[in-house]
Design a protein around this ligand. Structure first.
Ligand code: UFG
Length: 345
């Protein structure tokens, strides 16, 4: 691992910034490519501060043909060993309203990155996929051989990119690919210096709860309390973003040592489910703040329960989620309370 050179596409974002910290700590050199549409350059300063080493930056848009040559030149000059690919749009609801935008950003960004890596003669990629590729087709816990059937355009971009990378690895035996299927990433770096900074009103549970706790939003809506779960609310496999980031470093290490080429998918989750009411209770304890909520109708497209079987990643990557729900809440709260407006002053 030490001294590997890794491109981090989307490296200034929520997950990407945590991946950069873990890469620098592992002794890697990172070149972040980011267009800052949903991220801040401040994250990069803070990565250096936390990890004790700088990351390089190329501000460019992987999906914009006007930037392609500049990206290829910079990637070649960096002489990478491989890439972590987290660049793309990621809001489920927006993808339903603007499907063509989602396909015309997430797919071309991947093509440009692959092309740049090929020109740099680096055929190793760890892709930021999502458990959303499974849709609602499988029994819990979900393993990687489960059926795929995402229910929205965002999820379909994740599945299509997985398939494209698989085809690439079949066609050219020099390619090694990991498709990492994240469950629900939450929390923040324990330093409180980097974390999730959503644009506008958050769609996801943890950033919403955190903004209620800090007083930025008045009240949480719990989407449905009549699901067939232990307390009637939706159950998800929340994973601490630092554990998730460590999974990327483990995946790069695994690919770099792997003798056989090809594409492999790994679930990154804890393997256990937490309900919405349990998450609210844990956040309340961690923050010592009141979290007003009301029960609201079910949200369209939600499913009752969704959690991983992470045993393939545990066995083959030698990786395991180690942080508890209390850690996720305490760290999320430290970030939110120390940075009530995210990276904005
Ligand atoms: N929830 C609420 N109120 C809210 C927000 C969420 O009750 O204001 C509930 C949801 O109904 C669900 C749970 O909290 O039961 C988690 O919802 P999130 O929106 O945080 O997460 P999802 O599981 O819906 O989706 C997330 C990511 C997707 C990803 C998917 C993969 O947002 O990008 O996990 O499983 F694709």
């Amino acid at each position: 691992m030490n001294s590997m050179r890794i491109i981090v596409a989307g490296g200034a974002g929520y997950i990407g910034s945590h991946v950069c910290v873990e890469l620098v700590k592992a002794g890697c050199k990172a070149l972040v490519i980011d267009n800052f549409v949903n991220s801040s350059p401040k994250a990069l300063e803070r990565i250096s501060e936390i990890a004790g080493g700088d990351v390089e930056l190329l501000e460019a848009d992987l999906a914009d043909p006007a930037d392609t040559q500049r990206i290829i030149d910079a990637v070649k000059a960096f002489r990478p060993d491989g890439a972590v690919h987290l660049a793309g749009l990621k809001a489920v609801g927006e993808s339903v309203a603007e499907p063509v935008m989602y396909y015309s950003v997430n797919l071309p960004a991947t093509f440009t990155l692959v092309r740049a890596l090929e020109e740099a003669n680096a055929r190793l990629i760890v892709f930021s996929s999502s458990a959303t590729v499974y849709g609602a087709l499988n029994e819990n816990p979900i393993d990687e051989d489960g059926a795929t059937g995402p229910t929205n355009p965002y999820g379909r971009t994740k599945l299509f990119i997985e398939e494209i990378l698989k085809d690439l690895a079949l066609a050219d035996k020099r390619w090694k690919v990991c498709n990492l299927r994240y469950f629900n990433p939450v929390g923040a770096h324990p330093s409180g210096r980097i974390g999730e900074d959503p644009n506008g009103i958050p769609n996801n549970l943890f950033p919403f709860i955190a903004q209620v706790a800090v007083g930025r939003l008045p009240k949480l809506k719990v989407f449905g309390d009549d699901y067939p779960t232990r307390d009637g609310t939706g159950v998800r496999d929340y994973i601490h973003v630092v554990d998730l980031a460590a999974g990327h470093v483990a995946a790069i290490d695994y690919l770099s040592r792997k003798a056989t080429p090809g594409a492999v998918a790994f679930n990154l989750g804890t393997g256990s489910g937490v309900s919405v009411l349990e998450a609210i209770g844990a956040f309340k304890r961690a923050s010592n703040r009141d979290i007003p909520y009301e029960i609201a109708p079910r949200r369209d497209g939600d499913i009752a329960e969704f959690f991983a079987n992470p045993s393939r990643a545990n066995a083959e990557l030698g990786w395991k989620a180690t942080k508890s729900l209390a850690d996720m809440c305490a760290d999320h709260w430290r970030w939110q309370s120390g940075n009530p407006n995210g990276y904005r002053d």
